[in-house]
Design a binder for this molecule. Sequence first.
Ligand SMILES: [Zn+2]
Length: 80
Amino acid sequence: MAVTLDAQLLEVLACPAADHAPLRPGTPDDPDADALTCTSCGRVYEVRDGIPVLLLDEADLPDTDSDGGDQRAKDEPDGA
Ligand SMILES: [Zn+2]
């Protein structure tokens, strides 16, 4: 199920980490996931019952081990 947060709410929400960057719905792997992803640090925040859990302790850090650990955009096609 996709996150159905109000666009206006999304605008005021920000990552609780030092970057305070905007969040976007879904995760890098699953745009329809019930989660919000920081556009800066890549932390993934779960959305429970429609409420984003914006806690650093609860956030999933991006998996930097499997893809070399760089910050390259994952949205670009690989040209496979
Ligand atoms: Zn962040």
